[in-house]
Design a protein around this ligand. Sequence first.
Ligand SMILES: NC(=O)c1ccc[n+]([C@@H]2O[C@H](COP(=O)([O-])OP(=O)(O)OC[C@H]3O[C@@H](n4cnc5c(N)ncnc54)[C@H](O)[C@@H]3O)[C@@H](O)[C@H]2O)c1
Length: 332
Amino acid sequence: MNVLLTGGLGYIGSHTAAALVAAGHTPILLDNLANADLGVHDRLAVVGGVELPFVCADVRDTDTVARTLIEHRVEAVVHFAGLKAVAESVHMPLAYFDANVGGTLSLLRAMDSAGVRQLVFSSSAAVYGTPRYLPVDEAHPTEAITPYSRTKLHIEEILADLAAAGEWRMVVLRYFNPVGAHPSGLLGERPQGTPNNLMPFVAQVAAGEHPCVEIFGDDYDTPDGTGIRDYIHVMDLAEGHLAALQRLFAAAPALETFNLGTGRGYSVREMIAAFAAASGQDIPSRVAPRRGRDVASCYADPSRAAAVLGWRAKRGLAEMCESAWRFQTRKP
Ligand SMILES: NC(=O)c1ccc[n+]([C@@H]2O[C@H](COP(=O)([O-])OP(=O)(O)OC[C@H]3O[C@@H](n4cnc5c(N)ncnc54)[C@H](O)[C@@H]3O)[C@@H](O)[C@H]2O)c1
């Protein structure tokens, strides 16, 4: 299958590209390098043994995207490209609506004109807002508590309208908390500046780049008082995209939505302890005030993806930490 990956040089896109190559497919990568560098393209060639087609473009450049779809005989698109820093979205809502909602509209127009109407979309567990029950299943009410999650919800609504109009086949994947790295240590998450997410920050503390991990709140209603999240290995997530792509070509409804998580939550303290064990490093921490929009606990009910896609996460917390540490120390 020829599959266009928008944002294909990013964290999840690059791992999905590696998984697609390993399964015998041809990913075509499109990225504007807003949060990626060309070195990822070189390292993907080492990992997969093949140089992948790469188009340096913005998804909002409708003509270039349409041309790419036709030139590469693309059969389906996985749409990762967008902005993802939740806190930043509060200060820059217009940039988020432009890149995420505007970018998706441009992509959909390009796909429509090229006659490619199979799409897998990167959504987020952020669309559930504050969980009203746990584990969170796909029927859980949605709620936008930040501009970032509102962009994801708006896009999901646009896709639902498109599905109702006919011709399109789409799968929405709501990711929980992707962490870890490719087993080679050549691909991983490399945030620009100070990481917003816990695991890359913990990895940098383990490497001595920051003095300690700040735990934002230890008075939540959880067993050790720190926030609980459903961390999912990025290679498991990547394989979830393969299952979703296969689903697009089965006799399935026009639009389906799946949680991609493990179903198991770990607290901040458990994550730090697991990373210390995997890296063999001391990881000092200190408690800081809660951050405004954090929820106490959030983890997935992934049973729908297991039943319908035949996909479930296989890798545990130790493997997530070990692979992230390998990437951190290898510094490709
Ligand atoms: N990483 C997470 O924790 C997480 C969780 C839930 C959902 N998601 C979603 O998954 C997707 C991928 O996330 P990621 O972690 O790989 O992020 P990332 O920033 O590593 O990757 C996104 C890629 O898209 C590119 N990009 C951004 N805007 C673009 C544009 N307008 N045109 C072309 N390319 C553009 C960036 O350069 C980057 O390479 C995003 O849509 C994100 O919202 C991520």
